[in-house]
Design a protein around this ligand. Structure first.
Ligand SMILES: NC(=O)c1ccc[n+]([C@@H]2O[C@H](COP(=O)([O-])OP(=O)(O)OC[C@H]3O[C@@H](n4cnc5c(N)ncnc54)[C@H](OP(=O)(O)O)[C@@H]3O)[C@@H](O)[C@H]2O)c1
Length: 300
């Protein structure tokens, strides 16, 4: 990964928390981060926009609680879509590093492309930060092939090491068109929402999210899509039960098989532990193939 030869971690915990940033939700996230450190989760992902900096701050607080010399995970954060002007990039990273309490960040991603700002502006600054060692590597998120090409051209000698995209058994529309390009150019696909926001973790088998839940009516939970989603999710849960494996294991190992690095969310310490256990429990190849067919709508 990049000039420094580090290997991208295979699995990470994301600290978006589904956009829930009340004091109660924050209090729930603290033990999840501590438990992730304890379990040696290899990678933690955050962004300056998550909770308006609260996510980075909670992670920084947890890093400060670590004993001196204790190993810490690989850390990635993201530059906001609203901060892509050359003059905004460095102050944004400085804010991130201040909240994390670090002198440098392992991986810095552009969160979303912004058609109003030429990529050369942003990437020129990011390349300078990489040369100075303020960031170990540079990546992007939610980029198409055309945007990846423009970003790489603007980065010059600095490699573009990752593209973070929505990717799971049930949502492949954004990852499919860029996979081959990423493979050819050594760009890791970081799969976000790998558990389809809980659908691939045994949740919402009968009813969708309740009123007030940020997932309600969006993406796979959209009114139009929900009947198809529910049918597939029921079949996937039945497959998991028949095979005697958690659906989370099927979801994660299907992504590993696609060569992607999943970055999952955990609302509780129990969920974190269940997800990590599932990552250590590969289902049989035939189970993954059948899950793939069910999710594509080719089997029931
Ligand atoms: N780059 C981007 O634009 C972008 C966009 C979205 C996400 N991301 C990254 O990807 C990370 C993960 O995204 P996500 O939260 O959508 O991912 P996800 O892993 O698909 O969904 C996480 C949610 O699924 C439920 N869940 C997780 N494990 C479970 C278990 N073992 N049993 C039952 N339910 C379980 C929880 O819902 P409850 O909390 O309701 O229990 C949890 O909050 C984010 O934190 C962020 O780092 C990036």
């Amino acid at each position: 990964m990049g000039h420094r030869g580090r290997v991208h971690p295979p699995l990470g915990l994301g600290l978006w928390n589904l956009g829930r940033w009340t004091p109660k939700e924050e209090a729930g996230l603290r033990p999840v981060i501590d438990a992730a450190f304890e379990a040696r989760v290899p990678w933690i992902d955050t962004a300056e926009v998550y909770g308006g900096g609260r996510s980075e701050q909670l992670l920084g607080d947890a890093l400060a609680r670590l004993e001196a010399g204790a190993p810490r995970p690989f850390l990635s954060s993201k530059l906001s879509y609203d901060h892509l002007r050359a003059r905004q990039v460095r102050p944004s990273l400085q804010g991130t590093l201040r909240r994390l309490g670090l002198a440098s960040l392992d991986l810095y991603l552009v969160h979303f492309p912004n058609p109003r700002v030429p990529l050369a502006e942003t990437m020129g600054e990011l390349a300078a930060l990489e040369r100075e060692g303020k960031v170990g590597a540079v990546g992007v998120s939610n980029f198409s092939v055309e945007e990846l090409e423009a970003a790489r051209a603007a980065l010059g000698e600095t490699e573009l090491v990752a593209n973070q995209l929505p990717f799971n058994l049930l949502e492949r529309e954004e990852a499919e068109p860029v996979r081959e390009y990423c493979r050819r150019n050594g760009i890791v696909i970081e799969a976000y929402s790998p558990l389809a926001r809980g659908l691939l973790a045994g949740r919402f088998r009968t009813a969708g999210p309740r009123a007030g839940d940020p997932r309600r009516g969006r993406g796979l939970f959209d009114r139009e899509r929900w009947p198809t989603t529910r049918t597939k999710v029921r079949a996937l849960n039945a497959l998991a039960e028949e095979a005697g494996v958690p659906l989370v294991a099927i979801a994660l190992h299907w992504l590993f098989g696609q060569g992607a690095a999943p970055v999952f969310g955990s609302g509780t310490v129990e969920q974190l532990r269940a997800t990590l256990q599932a990552a250590r429990s590969p289902p049989a190849k035939g189970v993954l193939e059948r899950a793939d067919r069910i999710a594509r709508g080719d089997a029931d």
